[in-house]
Design a protein around this ligand. Structure first.
Ligand code: ZN
Length: 273
């Protein structure tokens, strides 16, 4: 069974709730981290879905062109990396339109997929799905069926499912979880991938595959760059951002060796056949 690999393409300082006005003063590491990621994917012949932040695409269009030309799928991660439940529908609509305009201009292809910054489509911001469909988005991968301080709808389905919106349906592709002690736990991305030992991650993916589901894995390029600058941040943010960064490359190599991955749309095309 093929699994799904997704990348949230953003620079290290965009995932830590800094105001966008502070971004310009941070050292850019995106060329280095994306280069390293593309090398690893190329070595194993793996294609993934990259949810690209519009701000990054605007400033580094060549990177988006490179990712797309290597056969990876381009989706949107919005433009300015705001928590969706903290902005209003009109702000979200402008943000998503701006990102789509930039991405489609660079690649010449329609963008079909969306991942919210910080998985921030929760019960407070389900209205965002109406806006995504209105803007031509076919699938979303933002509703994390887990309980986290920043995100999650713990009782949301754990498998791909359709959601009816005012403007038609959207397909939701949740990040994988495993049922343990009557709770959903995540092993397959970001902090969880860095925190858990690889043998548990491997077992979790096998368990998900045994249920007949593709495991949906997610990663940020900055997680492959353990030497990126360290800022003084609130403890919870600092822990989730910097913990065990040195382990990511080894774990990603093991994943690419032990499992087969494909982009989201390849899985959707297989379901639709
Ligand atoms: Zn992000």
């Amino acid at each position: 069974m093929k699994n799904i690999l997704t990348i949230d393409l953003e620079d290290w300082y965009q995932g830590i709730e800094l105001a966008p006005s502070a971004w310009d003063s941070c050292e850019s590491r995106i060329e280095h981290s994306v280069g390293k990621l593309l090398e690893l994917l190329d070595e194993s012949g793996t294609k993934a879905t990259f949810f690209v932040l519009g701000y990054v695409a605007e400033n580094c269009p060549h990177l988006v062109r490179e990712v797309s030309s290597q056969g990876h799928e381009i989706g949107t991660h919005g433009y300015s990396h705001q928590l969706i439940y903290k902005i209003n529908p009109s702000e979200f609509s402008s943000d998503i339109k701006k990102s789509l305009c930039i991405l489609e201009d660079i690649t010449g292809k329609a963008v079909k997929g969306h991942r919210a910054p910080y998985f921030s489509i929760t019960n407070k911001s389900l209205w965002a799905l109406d806006i995504l469909v209105e803007n031509g988005i076919h699938y979303d991968s933002s509703i994390f069926p887990i309980n986290n301080y920043r995100y999650g709808i713990p009782d949301a389905p754990r498998h791909p499912y359709r959601i009816e919106t005012k403007n038609g349906y959207i397909l939701e592709i949740p990040i994988s979880t495993v049922r343990l002690f009557s709770k959903n736990l995540s092993f397959t991305g970001g902090f969880y991938l860095r925190f858990f030992p690889y043998r548990l991650i491997k077992q979790a993916i096998k368990k998900i595959n045994d249920e007949g589901l593709s495991a949906v894995v997610y990663l940020h390029p900055w997680e492959l760059d353990p030497d990126h600058p360290r800022l003084n941040l609130p403890l919870r943010i600092s822990l989730t951002h910097y913990h065990n960064l040195a382990s990511t490359e080894k774990k990603l190599r093991a994943l690419l060796n032990d499992f087969e991955f494909q982009p989201v749309t390849s899985m959707i095309n297989e379901i639709d056949k």
